[in-house]
Ligand binder design. Structure first.
Ligand SMILES: Cc1ncc(COP(=O)(O)O)c(C=O)c1O
Length: 389
């Protein structure tokens, strides 16, 4: 089987250089939101190619590379299931295939996406204990430890940890938290939707049971694919699960993937794009990708602070390397900042969500983003602040 990289052409690589900021237009602004993220030139090119049969030999070759590449991205030997869905689909799959109605779980809540796990758990009949913190704060290892130590009867079956909370820009201390969960024995379910490929992440070394991510984030391809790494304890839990469901069913999907296939019709363009994106990422290297995101975070945080603004997450130690949430100046609306940057600089930044809507703006620095892009968004912000209003 041909396992060669899909990127053979040095010109294509040059076009994907991260030193050149891709320009947008006010109608189609350059995305500095925390997903969907900008697309490298080679990814855009493959999305324009003719259709491919999803059961063809050629496509199987692509899937073989993609499945191996996903294990590399997750740093795991476990199967990484790939679903045609958004990441929320993989979240539901993780619950449905490992837990039964009435099971107790703990969800660490620190924003919109971590709370989604708790809401979803309740919708599936799980008994959910939420450990919540105010917006902008990380969850603490101590509060998790207190709840798990009190559970002497080992009734808690799973703990959900959100690594990078995209709604606030918080980065939780995942490695330390996972150790506490391991000591208790509950399944450790991790939302790595905006941390994977932006922050050091080791599924196997940290012994994580279920890890979820999605295509439109660090993977640098459009929405449409969800990924779920399933470890040995999660497979044991699957065996005890009474209603694992159909579409996201672990066994059906694993069986198909073992044959370099998918259980159901996949989003073929996204799979081709993922093949190319993984090849680009493997050439950059995981450490280099993590370091680039770390640098971008520092550049953005230092930049907005130099402009007199403050970040929602005060401590860099707990700040996401994918997204930074910033308070607007007093008396200035978030919508006026976003509109100015879009109209004058052709860049999109995100509003806050739910109770943070209109109170913060979020700059995404995830995926195919360079320091030139970060400079441009900071320049746009500076120009906005200097305008006479
Ligand atoms: C941390 C986190 N979890 C879950 C999700 C849900 O992903 P999706 O919108 O792909 O379903 C998102 C989306 O932004 C996210 O940022």
């Amino acid at each position: 089987m041909n396992q060669q990289s899909p990127i053979q052409n040095q010109n294509i690589l040059a076009q994907n250089s991260l030193t050149q900021a891709a320009l947008g237009t006010p109608e189609r602004p350059f995305l500095m939101i925390p997903g969907p993220t900008p697309l490298p030139e080679a990814v855009r090119a493959v999305l324009g190619e003719p259709a491919i049969g999803h059961r063809s030999a050629e496509f199987k070759t692509v899937l073989a590379r993609v499945f191996a590449g996903l294990q590399w991205a997750f740093q795991t030997q476990n199967p990484v299931l790939m679903y045609t869905a958004s990441a929320t689909g993989a979240m539901e799959g993780a619950f449905q295939n490992t837990l039964n109605p009435g099971d107790q779980i703990v969800v660490l809540c620190c924003g919109v996406f971590s709370a989604r796990w708790a809401d979803m758990g309740e919708s599936l009949g799980l008994q959910v204990t939420r450990i919540s913190v105010p917006a902008g704060e990380p969850n603490t290892v101590e509060s998790l430890e207190a709840v798990l130590t009190a559970d002497t009867a080992r009734k808690i079956k799973a703990v959900v940890l959100t690594h990078s909370e995209t709604s606030t820009g918080v980065l939780n201390p995942l490695e330390a938290m996972a150790k506490v969960v391991r000591a208790h024995g509950a399944l450790c379910i991790v939302d790595a939707v905006t941390s994977l490929l932006a922050t050091p992440f080791y599924t196997d070394t940290w012994d994580l049971d279920l890890v979820v991510s999605g295509s439109q984030k660090g993977f640098m391809i459009p929405p449409g694919l969800a990924f779920l790494s399933v470890g040995p304890r999660a497979w044991e839990a699957f065996e005890r699960c009474t209603h694992p469901g159909y579409y996201f069913n672990f066994e059906r999907n694993k069986k198909a993937q073992q044959d370099n296939n998918t259980a159901y019709t996949p989003a073929t363009p996204q799979c081709l794009a993922l093949d190319v994106a993984l090849s680009l990422m493997q050439q950059e290297g995981l450490e280099a990708i993590w370091a680039r995101h770390q640098k971008l975070q520092t550049q953005i945080r230092d930049g907005v602070e130099a402009l007199g603004l403050s970040c929602l997450v005060p401590h860099t130690q707990y700040a996401s390397t994918a997204v930074t949430a910033v308070y607007p100046p007093v008396g200035v609306s978030v919508s006026s900042i976003r509109t100015y940057i879009k109209q004058h600089y052709a860049m999109a930044i995100a509003d806050g969500q739910k109770e943070l809507k209109g109170k913060i703006f979020r700059i995404g620095h995830l995926g195919h983003i360079s320091s030139t892009d970060a400079e441009r968004v900071l320049g746009a912000l500076e120009a906005f602040l200097k305008e006479d209003r």
